[in-house]
Design a protein around this ligand. Structure first.
Ligand code: HEM
Ligand SMILES: *[C@@H]1O[C@H](CO)[C@@H](O)[C@H](O)[C@H]1NC(C)=O
Ligand SMILES: *[C@@H]1O[C@H](CO)[C@@H](O)[C@H](O)[C@H]1NC(C)=O
Ligand SMILES: *[C@@H]1O[C@H](CO)[C@@H](O)[C@H](O)[C@H]1NC(C)=O
Length: 364
């Protein structure tokens, strides 16, 4: 290994701790480090970031001069998640959209004040399903060479856009539905929990009618219902913090991938304790059982998949079925990397839910 490579490895570890932003750091950016790792197929896997220190975890201007909005360039990847797109466009994440899981955790904590456990849960779940465990890189949209050489199939390494029905970066028709549902059901025309419940149900009913291959089972159910409530929390200015998202602010995040001018993040780290009741609330307005479409309008229930109310069941389903579906018998460094990420994932699950850890690839 060259001296240059060792320097980069050292820089990788130090930078993750020392620099919260990813633009031109004394000539060597986090993005350049990621690109180096992708070319060489080797990666150190940093531990998950710690919570923001006390005293630095409160209300804060986050659309600040250190994080200017710069629209994505032709080679920058943007995907299905409006939060991650926006964080990339403000430099909280590498602007090219090829990112490490620890960078996502740091970005969502600093930029939107997700609690540490909550950030790790979302991030390591997504990484285990869509990222490259060998290079420790993930695309926030589609498959790209930017994540380096793939592990063997059936691993997909497709990026965040590979599940679900994501097609265009922004769909104005869907956004018009968002506006009209908010006008009809939300307080003062905002996207609030009532609007979220109606819109989520409309999307499900619409998919049952039109998508012959709809799969609405674990873990998709949990992400669908979580994503429905997130904007009522994280896209609302922390000084207001009333769970009522104005349409103008929504358009900034969803369409422009931009924080509104003067945007302040949540006033305290947001964890499962706050999100879980909202998820239950929108579910209880339109309860349903998990299932799959066998052709349009033919929704067949899947009683063996854990329902939304069974958080630990969903954790186990991801670890026992979803991840081994892509990595049936990993060995060597691949197994080590997967076990490490599974451990990080369980660490996030354990913090606020009393689930038992499962080990698809043995302990150690
Ligand atoms: C670690 C953090 C996160 C990860 C890894 C993540 C990942 C994802 C993924 C994979 C999707 C697409 C799901 C699909 O296939 O349909 C998605 C959608 C979405 N995410 Fe995130 N997300 C994160 C944090 C957030 C946060 C903090 C928000 C706050 C508002 C958010 C809001 C949304 C919304 C609203 C959608 C649905 C977009 C639409 O239907 O147009 N996400 N996210
Ligand atoms: C309703 O929304 C308008 C802006 O669309 C705002 O000026 C007004 O203060 C809001 N009213 C309440 C009661 O929140
Ligand atoms: C979750 O957040 C609430 C409100 O900020 C806080 O009181 C609680 O201690 C947090 N729980 C954990 C496990 O961090
Ligand atoms: C957590 O689960 C264990 C084993 O299932 C049980 O013994 C323990 O009482 C539970 N703790 C809490 C706080 O629920």
């Amino acid at each position: 290994m060259t001296i240059f490579a060792s320097f980069l490895l050292l820089a990788l570890i130090c930078l993750a701790v020392a620099f919260p932003t990813y633009d031109s750091i004394a000539g060597l950016s986090e993005r350049e480090i990621n690109e180096y790792v992708a070319r060489n197929g080797v990666a150190a896997i940093p531990n998950p970031p710690l919570p923001l220190p006390k005293g630095q975890d409160g209300l804060k201007l986050v659309n600040d001069p250190a994080h200017p909005f710069i629209a994505a360039g032709p080679n920058d990847i943007r995907g299905p998640c409006p939060a991650l797109n926006t964080l990339a466009s403000h430099g909280y994440l590498p602007r090219n959209g090829v990112v490490r899981p620890d960078q996502i955790v740091t970005a969502v904590m600093e930029g939107l004040n997700l609690g540490n456990d909550f950030a790790k849960f979302l991030c390591y779940q997504a990484f285990l399903m869509n990222g490259n465990p060998l290079t420790n890189l993930m695309s926030i949209r589609m498959k790209t060479r930017g994540t380096g050489p793939d592990p063997p199939k059936p691993a997909l390494i497709g990026g965040l856009g590979q599940h679900g029905t994501f097609e265009a970066v922004f769909n104005e028709d869907l956004f018009q539905g968002f506006i009209s549902t908010s006008t009809k059901f939300g307080f003062n025309g905002t996207y609030d929990v009532n609007a979220a419940a109606e819109l989520r149900n409309q999307r499900l009913q619409n998919s049952i009618q039109t998508n012959p291959q709809l799969v609405f089972t674990s873990p998709r159910i949990l992400s669908a219902y979580s994503e429905a409530v997130f904007p009522t929390i994280f896209f609302v200015d922390g000084r207001l913090n009333n769970c009522q998202l104005a349409i103008d602010a929504a358009r900034h995040f969803f369409d422009f991938e931009m924080m509104p001018t003067d945007f302040h993040r949540q006033p305290a780290p947001v964890n499962f304790t706050m999100v879980d009741p909202l998820v239950s609330e929108i579910f209880n307005k339109h309860p349903f059982a998990p299932g799959v479409n066998h052709g349009k309008k033919n929704f067949v229930l899947q009683p063996q998949t854990p329902p939304l109310s069974n958080f630990c069941g969903i954790y186990e389903d991801i670890v026992i079925h979803v991840v081994p579906g892509q990595y049936p018998k990993p060995t060597g460094v691949l197994r080590d990397a997967l076990n490490k990420n599974l451990g990080f994932f369980y660490g996030a699950v354990r913090a606020e839910h009393n689930c038992t850890q499962v080990f698809p690839y043995g302990r150690d």
